[in-house]
Ligand binder design. Structure first.
Ligand code: SF4
Length: 467
């Protein structure tokens, strides 16, 4: 009978520590049945019998996948090998950190607009960002277009799979279609579903957030992947994790690879071992709290001071492009300044915002322009994977008689900004946080309209100087 450290620990009244582990595999990206034997765990009895037999496991898994796979749009991709490789590539990038039902709509819109890697390579980053808006983890959109990704690299935060080249590089270097086969190269895929399946098949209980553990998952996945049907095998592993081998209710009785599953074998030998204990659940680190002043600057050109038409096409909104590196890189947003936690009151926020806008624009917002309305609209909390950002939103309507051209500091290219009319803001791809801010402002204006003359936001009788 297999010795179970968890059971032993339980008997001693201690929490379980370490379960049987497979021996470390040497890095070996190509799949082979000889290599996989090195991964077999040194455990006796039933578990040893359940040790991986990759050729059989591949056959069983692929047979199940062929019979039971869900009908998903990227699996229906038609055309030649290149088109199908591109379709799978796009879908796999989208599926990082995102569930299938969410991805389907994005995938279909994406493929309708950019059906080939060449058409994607002709797109701008901005167009790609717009298409991606709302899907989150915007770095993925950049990867698709521009960035080389480390093949067989470790999974970074928010980056579940290894991809070889962005569309631009593939096309610019003339490597496509020659590299179509490279897109289908025998490389593994490791996402959350695959982590769950592998951790159960091999009874790996180490912290999956640690890079050394992830390295092992990649190594095992690399050796499991079927060399003759690598794409299907990767899809099958993900499919198994997404369906039968679910987080809380695994359907082991119908699982095509149950005879290889070490955790199942352990659980049958000892009821204190639960399949759902794998992979180890690691409590999420508490997100950092950030605070920001956000000012939706609406420019009303050449109107009377007392009122401004909220629906007019003359209304322009100021948008700022974020830096090309870091969080939400290269995306457009309303002017936003981080403020310290103890300085989130209206006075301090406005001070910080005025300073920012004055630096950004060629006018001193406070003194030289006609601010005809400036009001707090509300707060919105946006949760990123590691940041909890509280945004204090205000609306500022500026009346400019001379138009917006003179607002731009042409000599300073360090910050990119643009003025966009209302219908463009409505249709452009804003991040979900910024879209929420815009909708808050819109609702605020509509509420004001409901108690005032239709089409006009009441403002102070005289234009208001800020300082
Ligand atoms: S037997 Fe159960 S736990 Fe093991 S891989 Fe299959 S569904 Fe997952």
């Amino acid at each position: 009978m297999a010795k179970n450290p968890k059971a032993a620990d339980s008997r001693r009244g201690r929490p379980p520590t370490r379960r049987p582990q497979p021996r470390r595999a040497k890095a070996a990206p190509a799949a082979s049945s000889a290599d996989i034997e090195d991964l077999a765990p040194a455990v006796p009895g039933a578990v040893a019998a359940a040790a991986a037999a990759p050729a059989v496991l591949r056959t069983q898994l692929l047979r199940w996948y062929d019979a039971h796979r869900r009908d998903l749009p990227w699996r229906r991709a038609s055309g030649g090998e290149e088109e199908r490789a591109y379709a799978v590539w796009v879908s796999e990038v989208m599926l990082q950190q995102t569930r299938v039902p969410v991805v389907v709509g994005y995938y279909e819109r994406w493929m309708a607009r950019w059906p080939t890697v060449r058409s994607l390579a002709a797109a701008t980053q901005e167009e790609v960002n717009e298409m991606w808006a709302g899907l989150g983890y915007y770095r993925r959109a950049r990867f698709l277009l521009e960035v080389s990704c480390a093949r067989n690299g470790l999974m970074e935060k928010g980056q579940g799979r290894a991809y070889r080249k962005g569309a631009k590089q593939i096309v610019e270097k003339g490597e496509f279609p020659r590299t179509a086969s490279a897109l289908r190269e025998v490389v593994p895929v490791v996402d959350g579903n695959v982590v769950r399946v592998i951790s159960r098949l091999y009874a790996i209980s180490d912290n999956p957030k640690e890079s050394s553990t992830m390295k092992r998952f990649w190594e095992i996945a690399g050796q499991l992947v079927d060399p003759s049907r690598s794409g299907d095998f990767n899809q099958a592993m993900m499919e198994l994790g997404a369906t039968l081998c679910s987080k809380s209710k695994p359907g082991c009785s119908g699982c095509p690879v149950s005879s290889h599953c070490q955790v199942l074998a352990l659980s049958l030998e000892n009821p204190s071992v639960k399949v759902t204990d794998f992979p180890r659940v690691v409590p999420k680190a508490k997100p950092r709290s950030d605070f920001a002043a956000v000012c939706v600057v609406q420019i009303a050109q050449g109107l009377e001071e007392e009122v401004t038409d909220t629906k007019g096409t003359d209304n322009l909104f100021l948008l700022i492009k974020r830096p090309e590196e870091g969080l939400l890189a290269g995306l457009w947003e309303f002017p936003l300044v981080l403020v310290e936690e103890g300085k989130t009151d209206s006075l301090n926020r406005r001070k910080a915002m005025d300073k920012y806008l004055t630096k950004l624009l060629s006018i001193d917002v406070g003194w030289k322009s006609d601010v005809i309305l400036r009001e707090d609209v509300g707060e919105h909390v946006h949760i990123f994977s590691h940041i909890r950002l509280t945004m204090y939103v205000e609306l500022m309507i500026i009346n400019l008689k001379d138009g917006v051209d003179r607002l731009c500091k042409k000599e300073d290219d360090s910050t990119k900004l643009k003025f966009t009319n209302e219908s463009s803001v409505e249709s452009m791809g804003l991040t979900s946080g910024i879209r929420k801010v815009y909708n808050m402002v819109k609702a605020f204006k509509e509420k004001r309209l409901s108690v005032s003359e239709k089409g006009q936001v009441p403002t102070r009788k005289r234009s208001r100087r800020l300082k």
